[in-house]
Design a protein around this ligand. Structure first.
Ligand SMILES: Cc1cc2nc3c(=O)[nH]c(=O)nc-3n(C[C@H](O)[C@H](O)[C@H](O)COP(=O)(O)OP(=O)(O)OC[C@H]3O[C@@H](n4cnc5c(N)ncnc54)[C@H](O)[C@@H]3O)c2cc1C
Length: 376
């Protein structure tokens, strides 16, 4: 599958990558190609029509696609954030209802956790869900929700017991959205303008009197934050996408240095340049090893602190590496690196995102420090 994806990335995705980087339109052509090949079903267990791929295999695949196009890689890596919580905490009925369609890509899902006043401190959320007979009524605002406007399923987190200690009292809900005709109680307020990745829409959502059946609850009442255990599995994937972004920039810069001549020779002959390339290669290889290790830990299924720590370490190292390597790639191309005609500046902009999403790298360091200091 990795070889197949590498060929697909080279033969199909690469040709679209520059256009996707400049576009505000979701790349449905690439999405449908991935659907046809079953790539949307990677995280979904085989009994629900997916591939049930290991986290390691998903990382290898996401990395191959990210080498050429970060938005396309996010189409494969992103859905895990919604699928894994359903696999982890969903009822049989919820699994039957959603997983087969998530596996084919017929249904897209968005993960709606972040709020205007609750980002890193997501347990401080203000969205409320109040029980009313057989339903819950949800009111609140979510922001920065990836594909929240084109997803038929929203995984919404809301306070169900505002008086409970901070990390409890929150529940997850599987909210169905009619993306064609609109849904009573859901308004897409705003489509964000961004530094990059504009073809992958990011929106703000407002819920007003949004009524969902009690059966839409994901897992037990007030235990919605347990769904975030899925992050042990998805953070290695974010790391793998960042790794691919960095590797794509590194490979382009490496080849460029052998072609570009200044002072009568290829600039690859200058030792200052050679050392930059060597450092890029070292950083990428170290990040790759840690990312694969975190994926293997996630696959081992032991959960717990060790897998969590590895996932956070990989996320930090790979995304910080992607930022450093893409910055150096722009530098190594000189003025051309700053130009949109050369495919390193888009990778530089994409890398920045991965230091922020799925918990900023400062928050990852908190998790790591907490685990190594106090939870051994
Ligand atoms: C393009 C994009 C797509 C996104 N997609 C989604 C999505 O699909 N679903 C979703 O729910 N969210 C999504 N997010 C939101 C993302 O997860 C948050 O932006 C992120 O968690 C940070 O929250 P914040 O932006 O409110 O920053 P803040 O929490 O306000 O943080 C600001 C700065 O303070 C630092 N900081 C905060 N607290 C601490 C602390 N205790 N110690 C040290 N430093 C700290 C942060 O690291 C950061 O540098 C997306 C964001 C972006 C940019």
């Amino acid at each position: 599958m990795v070889a197949m994806t590498r060929d697909l990335a080279r033969d199909v995705v690469a040709a679209r990558a520059d256009a996707i980087a400049e576009s505000h339109d979701f790349p449905w052509d690439i999405y449908r190609t991935f659907c046809d090949l079953g790539l949307l079903g990677l995280p979904v267990p085989a009994e629900y029509g997916g591939i049930g791929a290991s986290v390691l295999l998903q990382c290898l695949i996401a990395e191959e696609v990210a080498k050429v196009c970060s938005v396309s890689a996010s189409l494969i890596a992103g859905p895990s954030l919604a699928s894994y919580p359903i696999v982890l905490a969903g009822t049989d009925e919820q699994k039957q209802r959603y997983l087969p369609r998530l596996a084919t890509g017929e249904l897209q899902a968005a993960f709606a956790l972040t709020e205007p006043n609750a980002g890193s401190d997501n347990a401080a959320m203000e969205t409320r869900a109040v029980r009313d007979g057989d339903d819950y009524v949800i009111d609140g605002h979510k922001c920065f929700i990836t594909r929240g406007n084109i997803s038929g399923l929203l995984m919404v987190f809301a306070k169900t017991d505002p008086d409970a200690p901070k990390l409890s009292g929150i529940s997850g809900f599987l909210v169905e959205q009619d993306v064609e005709n609109g849904t009573p109680g859901i308004v897409v307020d705003r489509l964000e303008r961004k530094m990059g990745q504009e073809a992958s829409p990011t929106v703000a959502l407002t819920f007003t009197g949004l009524r969902v059946p009690a059966t839409a609850m994901l897992g037990a009442e007030n235990e919605g934050m347990r769904a975030l255990r899925a992050l042990h599995k998805t953070r290695p994937l974010a790391a793998a996408v960042a790794l691919g972004i960095g590797t794509g920039a590194y490979e382009y810069a490496r080849d460029y240095l052998l072609e570009r001549r200044q002072f009568g020779q290829p600039i690859a002959q200058f030792q200052a340049v050679q050392f930059m390339v060597a450092d890029m290669a070292i950083k990428l290889e170290a990040a790759r090893r840690l990312t694969y290790h975190a994926a293997i830990m996630a696959d081992a299924g032991t959960g717990g602190r060790t897998a969590e720590t590895s996932a956070s370490m990989a996320k930090v190292l790979a995304t910080d590496t992607a930022m450093a390597v893409t910055t150096d790639a722009v530098q190594l191309l000189g003025g051309y690196g700053y130009m949109k005609d050369f495919p390193v500046e888009r990778r530089f902009r994409a890398a920045k995102l991965y230091q922020i999403v799925e918990g900023t790298n400062q928050i990852q360091r908190h998790i790591i420090a907490n685990n190594v200091l106090f939870r051994r």
